[in-house]
Each structure stands twice: as structure tokens, then as C-alpha cells.
Design a protein around this ligand. Structure first.
Ligand code: NAG
Ligand code: NAG
Ligand code: NAG
Length: 323
């Protein structure tokens, strides 16, 4: 298996993916140069990855639906490199749910399974490549879905516009979901279609459109800490649409599939993603989480994260957008 895997990786290593750079990055920061790296270093990182996968897979072998770890596009990176380059976001504090002035979450009885994808209101998984723009991908994904839920056609909106124009953020060098939402809400900027302002995987100058140009703005957003209230969080998902969350994604470097139940912590948020649904039909209920590392990562680009217990801090920083 190893020679085949190595060949596969040799191909994969060229198309690097990326996740979130935090707001810790200064605006003048350039990407750390991890490529080109010597073959020796890549081979050493790959060997370490194989050992790590073996170890992670050995811990809970008899657990139902346990997560499986193995070779993917990140296996040529040492964990420190993955972390230093891709996971640079600082956790922001969100007010705890329930808050005094909270928006009304419908008191629906939860179905066993719910996924906004079934209603055809979620766009395809995208690939942020070597751009630390997860914060923009997740926020734009939420706006796309909420408009589609309101009956507008489902369209890819411009992530590059958010990367270039959202002030207080650092584009591909990192950003904060809250600052992006605040910018959208305050400026009432209209997000244009992706085809009008395509993704370049690098920072650019903000391109402005005339007021009459059609686009999609938001009316507001909510941001709460739902830890210990994941059933309420599920109701929020059904009431408002897909939820933007910030998680600890260190162990996601090696994730292939199954339900993530260990190997990540709360209070270490470093990567923004979009929850589109949940599934409680099996013995381990889980959140259905859209990532922005391409469709070859995880479960067709998605991760499954156990519900309850605030796994990976998934309930710590939860945002919904209103349009
Ligand atoms: C695993 O699943 C089986 C069948 O659904 C269930 O009876 C068992 O309790 C589960 N085990 C754990 C540890 O959840
Ligand atoms: C929600 O509905 C259930 C019954 O469906 C009821 O028992 C519960 O009190 C309601 N909760 C709130 C906060 O209204
Ligand atoms: C969004 O903007 C509206 C109008 O300016 C304001 O009333 C509201 O408080 C803002 N929402 C948030 C969450 O900041």
C-alpha cells in the first residue's frame, strides 16, 4: 500500500490546501515559505504522518463510527508546519447563549436528521488553496445559503471580494469571522457573484461596484457561545440556516472520514467552517460540517463532528446571518 500511497501523495503534494490564518498575522505579513521544501524534509514529514496515523487509528478501534486518519494533501507537512502556516486564528469570545437580547430561535422539535444540502441551498465545497481565507469562505457560504433559503437562486458569491475589501482583516493572511460579519452589516456592502469577482487565492486591491450593481447584502447577524446548548444550536440551524463556526482543526490535518470524537479541544479555535446539518440516526450523533479544503478532503469535503460535548470547540463561536 505504501508505494501506491506515496505515488498518490507525490501528485497531491503539488496542490497544497490551506486553512485559516488568524488575526494574529500582521497586515504586512507574507506567507511563510514552506515551498519549495527539500525532498528529504517532505519524506521525513510523510514518515512522521504515517506513524501519527497509525497511532491515532489505534486509540479507539472498537468505537462506533470512529474517525479515520490517513494520507491526504497535508501528509507532507510536519504538524508544526501545518499549524504555523494554516492555523493562525485566535479564538474570539462570543456571548454565552442564552443572552438577554437574543434573536428568537424557533422551538421546533428536532428531527433525527437535517441537512440544508437536501434542500439544495448549499453551494459546492470550494478550495481556498494557499490562501488563509477560511473566515471569508465560511461567511460567504452562509450568505449564499440564507439567500437561497429565502427563495433566491443558489449562486456562488465572491469570496475574493470579502478577502480584498473587508477591513480589519488580513485577506489571505487571516481574518476574523466576527470582523467580516460586522463589516458586512455596517457597510451594507453587496456581495457580487463569484464570476464577477473570481477567487485568486491571493490578496488584491478592493474592487468597488456602483450602488446600482446587483448583489447580496445582509440585514444582521447573531453570534453566540452555544456550549452546553447544542440542541438549541441545532434549532438555530433549522431556524436561520447554515451556521458559521470556529473550531480547533489541528487534528483535521489527518482526517479521512468517520465521526471526529477526540483529538481536538475547545478554547483553541483556529479554523472557520460552515455547519450545514446534523445526523442523530446512528448511535453517535454528529454535525455535518462543510470545509473549504476542496472535495478530496474528508467526506467529499465535509467533516463529521460528534454532537454534544463541544467537540473541537464547535459550539463556542456560532454565527448566523440574516438577510
Ligand atoms: C455502538 O452501536 C451499537 C448499535 O447501534 C450500540 O448498541 C452500542 O451501544 C454502541 N456503542 C457505543 C460505545 O456507543
Ligand atoms: C418547547 O416546546 C416543548 C414542547 O414541544 C415544550 O415542552 C417546551 O417548554 C418549549 N420550550 C420553550 C422554551 O418554549
Ligand atoms: C447590524 O446593523 C444594524 C443596523 O445598523 C444594527 O442595528 C445591528 O445592531 C447590527 N447587528 C449586529 C449584530 O451588530
Amino acid at each position: 500500500m505504501e508505494p501506491r500511497a506515496l505515488r498518490r501523495l507525490w501528485l497531491l503534494c503539488c496542490c497544497c490546501c490551506c486553512c485559516c490564518w488568524g488575526r494574529g498575522a500582521s497586515s504586512g505579513a507574507t506567507f511563510p515559505r514552506i515551498w519549495p521544501r527539500s525532498r528529504e524534509r517532505q519524506a521525513a514529514a510523510f514518515r512522521e504522518s504515517l506513524n501519527r496515523h497509525r497511532y491515532l487509528n489505534s486509540l479507539f478501534p472498537s468505537e462506533n463510527s470512529t474517525a479515520i486518519y490517513g494520507i491526504n494533501q497535508f501528509s507532507y507537512l510536519f504538524p508544526d508546519e501545518f499549524k504555523a502556516v494554516y492555523l493562525r486564528s485566535k479564538p474570539s469570545r462570543f456571548p454565552r447563549y442564552p443572552a438577554e437580547a437574543q434573536t428568537s430561535i424557533s422551538n421546533v422539535s428536532l428531527p433525527l436528521r437535517f441537512d440544508w444540502r437536501d434542500k439544495h441551498v448549499v453551494t459546492q465545497v470550494r478550495n481556498q488553496q494557499a490562501c488563509g481565507g477560511c473566515w471569508a469562505f465560511s461567511v460567504v457560504g452562509a450568505v449564499e445559503s440564507v439567500y437561497a433559503i429565502k427563495g433566491k437562486p443558489l449562486e456562488d458569491l465572491s469570496v475574493q471580494q470579502v478577502i480584498d475589501c473587508s477591513y480589519n482583516n488580513y485577506g489571505c493572511n487571516g481574518g476574523s469571522v466576527l470582523d467580516a460579519l460586522n463589516w458586512l452589516n455596517k457597510t451594507q456592502v453587496k456581495l457580487v457573484q463569484d464570476s464577477e469577482y473570481p477567487f485568486k487565492a491571493q490578496n488584491g486591491l478592493c474592487h468597488y461596484f456602483s450602488d446600482s450593481h446587483s448583489g447580496f447584502s445582509i440585514k444582521g447577524y447573531s453570534a453566540h457561545d452555544f456550549s452546553d446548548h447544542e440542541d438549541e444550536m441545532a434549532k438555530a440551524l433549522i431556524t436561520f440556516g447554515p451556521l458559521v463556526v470556529i473550531v480547533d482543526a489541528v487534528s483535521w490535518q489527518d482526517y479521512l472520514g468517520g465521526i471526529i470524537q477526540h483529538h481536538c479541544s475547545s478554547g483553541e479555535a483556529n479554523h472557520a467552517v460552515l455547519i450545514t446539518g446534523f445526523d442523530k440516526t446512528g448511535s453517535t450523533p454528529y454535525w455535518i460540517v462543510r470545509n473549504s479544503w476542496g472535495i478530496s478532503w474528508g467526506v467529499d469535503g465535509y467533516a463529521h463532528v460528534k454532537m454534544g460535548g463541544n467537540i473541537c470547540g464547535i459550539a463556542d463561536s456560532v454565527s448566523a446571518v440574516f438577510v
